[in-house]
Design a protein around this ligand. Structure first.
Ligand code: GLA
Length: 387
């Protein structure tokens, strides 16, 4: 990963302009999956991996960007950039400019950007949201426009929904804006309020990357799951109009009217309703430092994700089984959108090194795949970086 000074020097060399720098982390979700577009609860944390952007404003109305990771350059008039997706990494910064313009912010001057990041791509650790939030911070900073964090998060979600085409919820962008070092963030996605939960110093968040890639846009399964859940929601709403989102529904509602739904819609709704209950209980367990109960809830969440939401995959199931056999592992589950990516594991600090080793060996033995395993602290949200 480039240091800020190295990135600034490269930017200066490429664009003959002195940049300002912004950093936005990735995220891991401890519990609360696919509840964030139904007004529910989630408990993610920002992580050590991040995107770093150097930016300088232009006057010729062009967007010039250099992605160090992809070793690619873009050079287009802003208007052309915003006219549609290029189906490449540049859709994320472009989507943010598009959403800013939609909000009435003039981005017509153009920008030069140099982008680098180390959030693993397509691994369920929010590389996309990290680029979006870093871009939003960078462009707003370059234009001298202030915006509340929740509004920046919504703007980045809008970029992904309206420009990139993935109907994601608000969790990733929100925690990337509001994360705090050594804290998980319990977010109420209906009211966009949050409380911070300190992560005990004697546990480690271990992230195991199955190396199975997932994609949220273009038929990656995410939009389908969401549509199936919403079809079930509409049936409940016909019976109880006060149900505005699945957060307002109960298992009793499902018992009563679930038979009117397609079986897969019933299962998706059951996952979301029970997941909201699990998050609320998990937060209480965390506050009482009852990591055993927290871990059990993670495991129950995984079963629900696998069987009701049907968004796990065989490689992830192997990682979960392995994790549950390891001493000191409180809980393990898939984190993020699903269909691959990473598991999140809560592990007693004294067992963390042995856990990592056992997971690496066991996963390779079971799949022939070399997992990447990261032990991350909860990190701070997006911010300007001084040189
Ligand atoms: C992705 C989306 C989030 C959320 C999760 C699933 O990360 O970006 O909004 O829906 O999947 O919990």
């Amino acid at each position: 990963m480039y240091t800020p000074a190295e990135l600034a020097a490269l930017h200066q060399q490429s664009f003959q302009a002195e940049p300002t720098l912004y950093r936005a982390p990735g995220r891991v979700n401890l519990i609360g999956e696919h509840t964030d577009y139904s007004g529910g609860f989630v408990m993610p944390a920002a992580i050590d991996f991040s995107t770093l952007i150097a930016i300088s404003p232009r006057t010729d109305g062009r967007f010039l960007a250099h992605s160090i990771n992809f070793n690619e350059h873009v050079d287009k008039p802003v208007n052309e950039l915003l006219s549609g997706r290029a189906k490449s990494w540049s859709d994320y910064p472009a989507g943010v400019l598009w959403a800013l313009k939609e909000k009435g912010i003039n981005v017509g001057c153009g920008f030069s950007m140099t982008i680098v990041g180390n959030v693993p791509l397509g691994a369920g650790l929010s590389s996309s949201a990290s680029v979006e939030v870093a871009t939003a911070f960078a462009v707003l900073g370059a234009l001298g426009v202030q915006m509340p964090l929740a509004e920046i998060a919504l703007l980045c979600q809008r970029a992904e929904n309206g420009f990139v085409g993935a109907n994601v919820g608000i969790m990733d962008q929100f925690v990337i804006c509001c994360g705090q070092q050594d804290h998980a963030v319990m977010i109420d996605t209906r009211f966009l309020t949050y409380t911070l939960a300190p992560i005990p110093s004697d546990v480690r968040i271990v992230i195991c990357n199955s190396m199975v890639k997932h994609a949220l846009a273009d038929g990656g399964g995410y939009n389908t799951r969401r549509a199936q859940m919403e079809a079930g929601l509409h049936i409940l709403q016909q019976h109880r109009s006060e149900i505005k989102a699945l957060r307002d529904a109960t298992l009793a509602d499902l018992d009563r009217w679930g038979s009117e739904m397609k079986p897969e819609s019933l299962r998706r709704c059951r996952h979301v309703i029970t997941e909201d209950e699990r998050v609320l209980e998990a937060v209480k367990a965390f506050q009482k430092n009852d990591l055993t109960r927290f871990g059990e809830l993670m495991y129950e969440a995984q079963l629900s994700f696998r069987d009701d939401f049907e968004a796990s995959c065989p490689e992830i199931d192997i990682l979960i089984d392995l994790a549950n056999q390891q001493p000191g592992c409180y809980g393990a589950r898939l984190t993020g959108g699903g269909f691959g990516g990473c598991t999140v594991n809560l592990v007693a600090a004294e067992h963390a090194a042995a856990f990592v080793e056992a997971m690496r060996t066991g996963y390779f033995a079971g799949t022939g795949i070399a997992a990447e395993i990261y032990t991350s602290r909860a990190s701070a949200g997006a911010h300007a970086v001084s040189l």
